[in-house]
Design a protein around this ligand. Sequence first.
Ligand code: M6R
Length: 616
Amino acid sequence: MCGIVGYVGPQPALEVVVDGLKRLEYRGYDSAGVAVLADGRMDTEKRAGKLANLKAALAETPRSADGIGIGHTRWATHGAPTDVNAHPHVDNDNRVAVIHNGIIENFASLRLELEERGCKFTSETDTEVAAHLLGEELKRQGEDLAAAMRAVCRRLEGAFTLVAMYAGDPDLVVAARRNSPLVVGRGDGENFLASDVAAFIAHTRDAVELGQDQVVELRRDSVAVTDYDGNPAPVREYHVDWDASAAEKGGYDYFMLKEIVEQPQAVADTLLGRVGVDGTLTLDEMRLAPSELRDIEKIVIIACGTSYHAGLIAKYAIEHWCRIPCEVEVASEFRYRDPILNRQTMVIAISQSGESMDTLMAVRYAREQRARVLAICNVNGSTIPRESDGVLYTHAGPEVGVAATKTFLTQLVACYLVGLYLAQMRNLKFGDEINAVIEQLANMPQQVEKVLGTVAPVRELARSLADSETVLFLGRHVGYPVALEGALKLKELAYMHAEAFAAGELKHGPIALIEDGLPVVVVVPSREGRGVLHDKIVSNIQEIRARGARTIVIAEEGDETVRPFADELIGIPAVPTLLQPVVATVPLQVFACELALAKGNDVDQPRNLAKSVTVE
Ligand code: M6R
């Protein structure tokens, strides 16, 4: 949700900032803007639409720039995505430029107050209040931008990352954060600021993570961090373990296509180093004692979107292996229903970005209720793992496409590992039983590779359905969340009506939707582990086919029992039932991606969406 870049150094600031924005465009892409200093004068350019529009505008009017600049790519909250509402925003004297990610909740009263003092607003955004307040505070604070920023932040409510520069100091960018991401990149004689390390990874892999309610003063040779009262504040420095090439398209037309293909490696990387020589599992940062893990009486999984689907699958595995009751809840609903939590509850927060505001707020609520929180996350050092008691990182590498693909598969692997870890800590399974599952997991990269090698007919099928208005998805057991994930992918990428149902629920209402030629994708459980479920879903397929549905059946290779009822049959390798989602999801990702491409959609940046949702 909004990408932010700041730069101070000897390189042409405009180029560094625009290049950073390109790498952050997945965070928001309805408008973009930059501010640079040109001979001590604040120079801004901003355009509605994708970054390409801003680039075209910049190319029309070549500008000089001193060595500082800030840039923003927007996902609109307050005010439509127009040139005027795009960031940066400036004060009435055009001395301060500000970019912002988040929502300033008390902006309406602040705006009124500023207008009463004669301030002229040009946009409908909440951000503009910060620009005017900073302009006022600069005068009050003796032209000290950092002091002005601290004073402004003390007045703001809500979630924000603010980055500002000031015409009077060509060697300074100041930023602040509350409940919204911000990371510093340390270079040699230059420094960077961004919402995500991807923006500066081509320049440096040394990063500094900012804490809650901190202000950073960025100069060429220094990075100074304080709290909102000006006291020096502690920070965590770290080295990013991937390089710029990981965040490039690598010859693919879209990041999503590359990220789908990267899945075998991502799964393997997530398993790597988790099992010790003695066969015991280890998590990254487990700030929970073994005795605390043994005391857990209930697990609650909270997450959004695709991560929520990973949580639904985790429930089956955790309850089966650990016999601990496990609930799964959409994070945005969690804290509003007065959930029953206590010291014996373990909350597992699943979030690719580690920044989803709904999940973060649910984590904070859970900790207030004294529950122990374990994060499963793909972004090192992001807010959710930092605020949790323990974390297990997925090692999917950077995922740029807005639709989650490789991070979903690695979340599944991480969830399986957590289940096995709990079983190990609570002595619920013998070591060799755990090792047997680990071996099956270790085999998953090859199985996913196999699926990727056989998806050409899925692509063809997807293209043939580009004019369909609706696609339904059915599944049972772990196949149900897979069906939900297939429908979500299709909605977000192809902008089509897609809905998933538990196959058994069909006859309780949704079967009325079935009409002649309606495509219905059915995820069939393994015949081995859950024979009863398999047979029941075969009956469900017959029921919908009898009513005219065009059945697209995903089933284990060699499962001939479904062939007579499948208009289209997509084979997946036979794997243990609980692990089937790892292979069954892949054709659905390919299906949605190809169908969206056939409709001419941009699969990396679907309309109305942003990769990381940092507002509630
Ligand atoms: O970063 P998170 O995992 O917390 O994000 C959660 C959802 O916003 C995310 O999974 C979203 O549903 C994806 N676009 C799905 O492809």
